[in-house]
Ligand binder design. Structure first.
Ligand code: HEC
Length: 230
């Protein structure tokens, strides 16, 4: 599989996202990886449709055309879903085809392109790689979710999501703007819950601010109110 990564950046991104999810303890599967429209059709457009266009025989201008094409020699076995070795399309792009000359006539596809076409057929030769998206959503944006529990005594958890590893700062103020405490830490991608303990503070309402350090700049993610009741 590794050899088509270079020519299949979208698939690689999915794999990496999935890997990340699994590291975070979130289940994730990537099944079909090759997408006809973005991975396969461009190969045909570049190397095949000049000859296999609208005229009869093998038409490689779209998924529908390809799947309904009948070859002079391979008949309806141009694409046998799940079985690249039985597919005339694959036989014709590899060296020494059973019938006629290797395609594209007068040249050849790269090994990566051939592997992509083989993989697409192995995965079922679907028009859309339906199950290709990871089952989980990797956080796409920074988000302050709030604190829990609230009211609290003496510990509450400030919850937030980060789409990348960052250094965060949580600052706690009284309602009059006096700094009560500050906590700095580092987190990986994902959802976080940082405990804040106000055991030495009196009952009352407090304000917290969450910021993250990105490219050397502290960016405010949000503020919240919380009530300590002793
Ligand atoms: C320069 C013109 C030309 C290009 C470009 C070309 N082909 Fe062909 N193709 C032909 C001709 C002519 C035949 C019939 C003769 C033969 O089979 O060698 C053919 C036959 C085929 C067949 C066999 C159909 C059958 O059952 O007989 C397949 C499959 C095929 N081409 C696929 C492709 C693919 C895939 C590409 C692009 C990677 C491609 N061709 C590029 C001219 C071309």
């Amino acid at each position: 599989m590794l050899n088509y990564y270079q020519s299949n950046a979208a698939s690689m991104k999915k794999q990496i996202l999935c890997l990340l999810a699994v590291v975070l303890g979130i289940p994730c599967t990537v099944s079909a990886q090759v997408d006809y429209e973005s991975d396969i059709q461009p190969i045909f457009n570049a190397s095949c449709t000049s000859c296999h266009g609208s005229n009869g025989g093998v038409n490689l201008t779209s998924y529908e055309q390809l799947m309904s094409s009948t070859g002079t020699n391979y008949g309806n076995d141009l694409v046998v879903a799940g079985d690249p070795d039985a597919s005339g399309l694959v036989d014709k792009i590899e060296p020494n085809p059973q019938f006629g000359s290797r395609m594209p006539q007068g040249g050849s596809l790269t090994d990566e392109q051939i592997t992509l076409i083989r993989t697409w057929i192995s995965e079922g030769a679907n028009e859309v790689a339906t199950a290709a998206e990871p089952d989980v959503e990797i956080p796409s944006a920074f988000r302050l979710m709030g604190n829990y529990p609230n009211p609290f005594n003496p510990t509450t958890n400030i919850e937030f999501v980060t789409p990348e590893a960052v250094q965060y700062t949580i600052s706690i103020y009284t309602v009059h703007g006096m700094l009560v405490g500050e906590q700095v830490g580092n987190v990986a991608t994902g959802k976080h819950s940082v405990p804040v303990n106000l055991t030495n503070s009196p009952t009352g309402m407090y304000i917290y601010r969450l910021s993250v350090l990105r490219n050397g700049v502290n960016e405010l993610l949000g503020t919240g109110r919380m009530t300590l009741i002793k």
